[in-house]
Design a protein around this ligand. Sequence first.
Ligand code: ATP
Ligand code: LTN
Length: 340
Amino acid sequence: MSEAQTEKRKRILSGIQPTGTPTLGNYVGAVRNWALLQKDYDCLYMIADLHALTVRQVPADLRRRTRELAALLLATGIDPVKNVLFVQSHVPAHCELSWILACNTQFGELSRMTQFKDKSAKHPDNVNGGLFTYPVLMAADILIYNADLVPVGQDQTQHLELARNIAGRFNGVYGDTFTLPEGYVPAAGAKLMSLAEPTKKMSKSDTNLNSFVLMTDDKDTIVRKFKRAVTDSDGQVRFDRENKPGVSNLMTIYSVFTGKTMEEIEAEFAGRGYGDFKLAVAEATADALVPVQTEYDRILADKDYVDSVLRDGAERASRLANRTVSKVYRKVGLLQLDRH
Ligand code: ATP
Ligand code: LTN
């Protein structure tokens, strides 16, 4: 591809926190699409380790998980040569821009963020400043690369809207600086629900281990977890989010991996009960995850390779990010000395 064509490609930025092993929700809602989008976009994919610190982490676990997550992302098919795969804390410019953006974000705006409210309720003993300003750092992650598109699950759309508002306001005050990012939320599976409490989002930091399927779970575990998944007592495989949240969630998962519509699924399992249905969902899920897991084991065995990808990613991301920070510093009036 010629340089001119490369330049015209739109840019994507997305992130995932190394707070635990990614779940099926992370995979279907976000990560699965990352590898698919690299065909048509220039992509930067980031492991949001600084965001992970908003919740207390065990340092050794965080370090290990960061590398594991990089290997897992590579295993989904992300090409680290065509795209940039990096760790957030390796690009200090994110924090620099975050401060400037924080000075252009209102307390009231941040107070309205539902993730802040949810996580404060979940960790009442640690409602820290980072948890509150989390969306500002996320806005910096996106705006620093002038990303056009941000593929995320539904739970992140409010943060994305805030990033757009911050960018728009900044552009209004200081002149055109940032691209206004669009969300890319998949039509199906944008929000998978907990298998144990299907009215709650499936979350990798849930303390109930039966509430999620992990991307690294083997087939037996997947079958066991789906068998235990909470459904209802009417015994009919029918899509009705309101009244049958458990069954509807399983149907969504089955639909994502088989490409079948809800009507086709209803017809397939008419009169067959939940046992057969759950087994079919488990098999479709395991079939999709096993190839990723095999790749994951292979890649993780070569730590030097994973680290070299991250080193290269940090360098390439930093080059882009530093340019934006210099521009922003100049616009807001920070004195910059000539580099001689
Ligand atoms: P935590 O439980 O630590 O808050 P998380 O499981 O919500 O983590 P994140 O790292 O915050 O995961 O999210 C990574 C990506 O996965 C985001 O794009 C997010 O929107 C998406 N995602 C998270 N949970 C789900 C879900 N249940 N269904 C669909 N997408 C999801
Ligand atoms: N907040 C996101 C993770 C994240 C992110 C980003 C996603 C951090 N920075 C930038 C998209 C773009 C989450 O999934 N909880």
